[in-house]
Each structure stands twice: as structure tokens, then as C-alpha cells.
Design a protein around this ligand. Structure first.
Ligand SMILES: Cc1cc2nc3c(=O)[nH]c(=O)nc-3n(C[C@H](O)[C@H](O)[C@H](O)COP(=O)(O)O)c2cc1C
Length: 175
């Protein structure tokens, strides 16, 4: 079991997946539980997670996501969808426009870390045709797809990517 800092360090986007092994249902369940453990505004969890395992549907998602091949190669695609209506019920316009989006995003980020801890890999996909993904997933009640995560056993060890310097990103506020 990796500690949290190692998990964060080892998470890199995986874009090549083993096609000869599937993901154990216990691991999928653990990842979904970790996603749902994320904080959310008012503890409302204003999102839905659609688990896509069907090959034909993954192929279709790939086509409406700029033909990113790993989306159909990975055995699972998790679609994180914001539920603005749910958040609006408690928080009005700010809940609909911001909190639901943040809830879905944080859940997806937790899922990405749990995927690494489970010995799997993922890539976050944001480059997709929103209306087409909504149609393919049969979303209704105002659900908005925010992120697709490919998920499976890695067939590559990606090179770590660079990050901006802390000194560029962080400013210590002084009075
Ligand atoms: C909002 C968002 C959208 C992204 N969209 C895509 C995408 O459509 N396709 C892709 O291959 N990677 C996508 N990525 C992954 C980034 O390219 C990747 O996280 C970044 O290059 C850093 O690399 P690392 O994940 O290996 O640390 C996205 C990441 C985020 C957070």
C-alpha cells in the first residue's frame, strides 16, 4: 500500500493499457468509494458517476473525444457528471454554476489517486464534445459531463511531466 505522498508522486497520465486483463470488481468498487469520500458542498455530492465498460460505448466515447484511442483501449471509462440542479436546491445559482462542478471535479481527482493506490492507471479527458457525450451516456435532469477517466492496468510507465516552480505558483501573502 502506497502512502498518500507516494501515490501523488506516482500518478502520471497513462495512455496505453493492457487489453488482456480486466479490472477486478473489488478494485472498481474501492475506487468509486474513494471518489464518493471526497468533500462536497453541503455534503450533497452533486454529481453522478457513470461507469462505462461496454466496448461499443467506449468506442463511441472515443469518437466524440477527438479520437483519443486510450478511451476505447482501457477496459473502463468513468464519466464524472455535475448535477447543477441538486446543488441549486440548497445553494441557488452559485451551487448550480460552481459547487456542482467542483463536487464532480474533486470526486474525479480522488478517483485518480485511488486508481494509482489500487495499482491501476488513468488519464483525465476533458477534450470531448459535451452534447455528444451527454447523448451517448443518456444524461438527463441537467447533468453535465465534466471529466472522463480512462482506467485500467497500465501497459506503459509514463515519464513524469514537469511542474511550474512553487515560487511561480505560490505567493505567501504578507500584510
Ligand atoms: C481538466 C483536464 C483536462 C484534460 N484533458 C485531457 C485530454 O483530453 N486528453 C489527454 O490525453 N489528457 C488530458 N488531461 C491530462 C493532462 O494532459 C495531464 O494531467 C498533464 O499533462 C500532466 O501530466 P500527468 O497527468 O502525467 O501528471 C487533462 C487533464 C485535466 C486536469
Amino acid at each position: 500500500m502506497l502512502d498518500l505522498f507516494a501515490t501523488i508522486r506516482y500518478r502520471h497520465s497513462v495512455r496505453r493499457y493492457r487489453t488482456d486483463v480486466s479490472v477486478e470488481s473489488e478494485k472498481l468498487h474501492a475506487v468509486l468509494e474513494a471518489a464518493c469520500a471526497a468533500p462536497s458542498a453541503g455534503d450533497l455530492q452533486s454529481y453522478q458517476i457513470v461507469v462505462v465498460q461496454d466496448q461499443a460505448l467506449r468506442d463511441a466515447l472515443r469518437r466524440v473525444s477527438n479520437d483519443q484511442a486510450f478511451l476505447s483501449d482501457a477496459p473502463i471509462c468513468l464519466a464524472f457528471c455535475a448535477d447543477p440542479g441538486r446543488s441549486a436546491g440548497r445553494f441557488g445559482a452559485r451551487g448550480a454554476a460552481l459547487y456542482a462542478l467542483q463536487d464532480a471535479t474533486i470526486a474525479a481527482a480522488y478517483a485518480q489517486l485511488a486508481i494509482v493506490a489500487a495499482g491501476l492507471g488513468s488519464t483525465w479527458v476533458g477534450y470531448f464534445e459535451e452534447a455528444e457525450v451527454s447523448r451517448l451516456l443518456g444524461l438527463h435532469d441537467g447533468l453535465v459531463p465534466v471529466a472522463l477517466l480512462s482506467m485500467g492496468y497500465p501497459a506503459e510507465l509514463p515519464e513524469p511531466t514537469t511542474r511550474r516552480l512553487l515560487s511561480e505558483v505560490v505567493r505567501y501573502h504578507s500584510a
